[in-house]
Design a protein around this ligand. Structure first.
Ligand code: CO
Length: 151
């Protein structure tokens, strides 16, 4: 495994729609391994492939309940609302408030190519939405309120 450089706001790749993964080959597996290591290094809750320079529909999240790897994710259902603080490894030193669904149901492929379905609330629902947005080329700061610098 290896750490990957995290792309910072201002790089075009963060504004582009990521492409579907056609084949889960060794390159994708390596990417997933490297993303997990990179996310852990920076204490992130989620990381999307475009954030490490790979314009593919892949993200990982870990809200403390275990690492989840999502390839070609599809949001199946959302409901409710939650308002809370959010940050992003690609927007270092900034936090803001974002309204997200309270509940998210999402399907994806895992690294074995099997379909998996996750349901999340609270932080996990927020992370699913934040990371999914990365695949659509959207950063949280576009919809955040009360953006502020942190140390
Ligand atoms: Co982010």
């Amino acid at each position: 495994m290896a750490l990957r450089n995290v792309v910072i706001q201002g790089d075009d790749i963060l504004t582009k729609r990521a492409k579907e993964v056609e084949t889960i080959d060794s390159r994708v597996i390596q990417l997933l391994d490297d993303m997990a290591e990179t996310m852990a290094e920076y204490n992130g809750v989620g990381l999307a492939a475009p954030q490490v320079g790979f314009l593919k529909r892949v993200f990982i999240v870990d809200d403390g309940t275990g690492l989840k790897e999502l390839i070609n994710p599809e949001i199946l259902e959302v409901s409710g609302e939650q308002d809370g603080e959010e940050g992003c490894l690609s927007v270092p030193g900034m936090i803001g408030y974002v309204v997200r669904p309270a509940y998210v149901k999402i399907a994806a492929l895992n690294r074995q190519g099997e379909r998996v379905v996750y349901e999340g609330t609270e932080l996990l629902a927020r992370a699913f939405c934040h990371e999914y947005d990365h695949l659509e080329g959207k950063l949280f700061i576009a919809q955040a309120r009360d953006l502020q610098e942190i140390e």
